[in-house]
Design a binder for this molecule. Sequence first.
Ligand code: APR
Length: 307
Amino acid sequence: MRKKVTIVGAGNVGATTAHWLAAKELADIVLVDIVEGIPQGKALDLLESLPVERSDVGVVGSNGYEPTAGSDIVVITAGFPRKPGMSRDDLVRANAEIVGAATAEVAKRSPNSILIVVTNPLDAMCEVARRVSGFPRERVLGMAGVLDSARFCTFIAMELGVSVDNVHAFVLGGHGDQMVPLPRYSTVAGVPITELLDKATIDRLVERTAKGGGEIVNLLKAGSAYYAPGRAITEMIDAILKDKHKILPCAAYLQGEYGIRDLFIGVPCRLGAKGLEQVVEIRLTAEEKASLEKSAQAVEALVKTLP
Ligand code: APR
């Protein structure tokens, strides 16, 4: 039987994720959204593309959660974007309500599913999904690191004029301004970029990576990034559904790793059929450790504002 992936929120990120999943023939897809007609219309349109693509997956759109029953993975992208005049705390409260309600609906119909949270502010929304679902940490993950690393890779490849296929980048920490890119562990054909680029250049690329989301928002004016987020979510799903034991940077609920406890933060995670198999601990310099701790404090402050 084919695997089933539910995507809650059929907006830009949700629909683009469905597109990547269908093109890769990874799973049957259920799109859920509150706006009437949107998930149904996008699902039908996508389904009608698949004879051309020669991909045999089902795609269903719904305003209710009935078709989501028995999902293997549930991606949560539902939420409000941050509007002008809205504080970060306002956004947390509004999206916590949406993510909490969506989690409750999917958890009771798919009690064995793995949740991948995408709604921002990411690390705090992961905590909402964990609390509401009651799922073990193996089955509640957040998507940010694959996207942030992909952005870093893009800028490194552009700077050096090399194939993106040669570039591996490493980003830890919270999503957004507090992310912690690790140049020492970022490589081109196996060579650390610290050997290939001077500090000023690396700092510039790191800065652009940390502000990568904002750069897209400024260009689009309305809305935020979705092609790269959609592809990054698909990478996590691919690793899980194919039981690849693949190490990807994800937001995971730490239990003492990196000296952090009871908090979601971006770390290298080994993903397989059960979800999180292991948080991979790498050695950090004192400076990197301090950046990660600062990032953790910012996430902690946000989690404290949760209702
Ligand atoms: N239940 C289901 N869907 C909902 C609900 C709800 N309670 N509330 C809102 N939605 C839907 C909206 O109708 C919309 O279609 O969530 C969708 C969000 O889509 P977009 O506004 O296009 O936002 P998108 O760009 O997809 O980003 C979604 O991902 O990367 C993050 O910061 C981003 O938090 C944001 C999320």
